[in-house]
Design a protein around this ligand. Structure first.
Ligand SMILES: CC(C)(COP(=O)(O)OP(=O)(O)OC[C@H]1O[C@@H](n2cnc3c(N)ncnc32)[C@H](O)[C@@H]1OP(=O)(O)O)[C@@H](O)C(=O)NCCC(=O)NCCS
Length: 401
């Protein structure tokens, strides 16, 4: 089996659904900018790419049809470059990386691109027209329930209190604020965005501007402020806007190559994708996904939790992210708080502060993790997330010298 190397990994900023900087920008424009930046950083011609695999959790309307193919066409790739769209909900962007890497590993391709996209402003969570199978929905409604309720289930069943969730959310915000202030998000590409503005004469004009930062970060977050927020999903619940991932717009792209392609194009790799796996759990506590996927990944690769220098564990909700971290051996505060210099989990904050653009997230977290692994010289990094329907995904990356 050959190895698959990631040679560039970029993301747009993550911006708030409806209220944020990317809300009026078509999703195609976001993914095309990420593609162009990833190709430019890789230093190759567009024609060198064999295929583009795009992850998207609600691939419909503006981000529908087969946007994987449409995006490479809009980005002026030669007709020979193909594209597909893949959906594993919140792991779609990682699934795209894995499928592209596997294609390289078996020798079917030498250069592939993988990405993720979600404009939650454009297509709402659940899609525009959800149509659950009625008989199945009666027998087993769990696969269709709100993600917020699954977060409440995890909090209730595993005793993750409101205070624990808020504390985890607070540290996510503080880490992100620190990283933003110090300009540590070097994987972000300045992204052209549109906004529609009404002029005094009543006409609407489209203005273009550049957005280069995640706009959901709240540096002024306090534990007292978080404690005042009302439950978002259940009347007496503990899951709030302050301890849930934000709904967000964003895109990310990774370029992946074989060793032969590295030599051919004279490109230096960033990391090698060592392994990828998925694991299932109960749908009504889907947040436990990383708790089953990470140990499975470590077992597959003969690694222990202490061999891994950095983790990106998607913060779909604090209840599940915190509980999963605890269960895999990363619960100690030194692993995830802003005041710990030795923290390994979501070192620059997670989706509670930076947003979770569903299908983009797998690709986005890869870009963030790879950037941090390079800066800190960390040999092994793990990315993981929970997935609606009751799954987890996890991937192990190894730094290239
Ligand atoms: C929880 C949720 C419903 C909240 O939606 P929302 O009300 O639009 O959330 P917002 O981020 O706009 O926050 C609402 C308010 O809460 C308050 N708030 C949020 N975060 C806060 C913080 N850290 N400190 C203080 N107040 C905060 C603010 O008053 C904010 O209003 P403002 O933006 O006007 O200041 C939404 O974020 C959500 O559905 N998240 C989960 C998404 C999901 O399920 N993803 C898939 C996972 S598998």
């Amino acid at each position: 089996m050959r190895d698959a190397y990631i040679v560039s990994a970029v993301r747009t900023p993550g911006c708030r659904r409806g209220k944020g900087a990317l809300a009026q920008t078509r999703p195609e424009k976001l993914i095309v900018q990420a593609i162009d930046a990833a190709i430019e950083k890789a230093g190759i011609e567009k024609g060198a790419v064999d295929d583009f695999m795009l992850g998207c959790a609600f691939p419909e309307a503006e981000q529908g049809l087969n946007l994987g193919r449409i995006a490479v066409q809009i980005a002026h790739f030669p007709d020979a470059v193909t594209g597909a769209t893949v959906n594993r909900f919140c792991a779609s962007g990682l699934e795209a990386i894995a499928q592209s890497a596997m294609r390289i590993m078996v020798g079917w391709s030498d250069v592939c691109m993988a990405g993720g996209l979600e404009s939650m402003s454009t297509v709402p969570m659940g899609g525009n027209l959800p149509r659950p199978l009625p008989d199945w929905a009666k027998e087993k409604p769990d696969v269709y329930i709100s993600m917020g309720i699954t977060a409440e289930n995890v909090a209730n069943r595993y005793k993750i209190t409101r205070e624990m969730q808020d504390e985890f959310g607070y540290h996510s915000q503080m880490k992100a604020a620190e990283a933003q202030k110090n300009k540590w998000f070097t994987e972000i590409i300045p992204t052209r965005a549109d906004r529609f503005v009404e002029k005094p004469d009543g006409t609407i004009v489209r203005e273009t501007f550049v957005q280069d930062f995640d706009d959901g970060v709240r540096p002024d977050t306090t534990m007292e402020g978080l404690a005042k927020l009302r439950p978002a999903f259940a009347a007496n619940g503990t899951v709030t806007a302050g301890n849930s991932s934000q709904t967000t717009d964003g895109a990310a792209v990774n370029v992946i190559m074989s060793e032969a392609a590295l030599s051919k194009y004279g490109v230096k790799p960033l990391v090698k994708l060592v392994a990828y796996t998925t694991a299932g759990c109960k749908a009504d506590e889907m947040g436990l996904g990383p708790m089953v996927a990470i140990p499975k990944l470590l077992k597959m690769t003969g690694k222990s939790i202490n061999d891994i220098g950095l983790f990106e564990i998607n913060e779909a909700f604090a209840s599940q992210a915190y509980y999963c971290a605890q269960q895999v051996g990363l619960g100690d505060k030194k692993e995830w708080t802003v005041d710990s210099q030795s923290r390994r989990v979501n070192i620059n904050g997670g989706a509670i502060a930076l947003g979770h653009p569903l299908g983009c997230t797998g690709s986005k977290l890869a870009a963030t993790l790879i950037s941090n692994m390079r800066k800190k010289g960390v040999k092994y990094g793990v990315e993981s997330m929970c997935i609606g329907g009751g799954m987890g995904a996890a991937a192990l990356y190894e730094l290239c010298e």
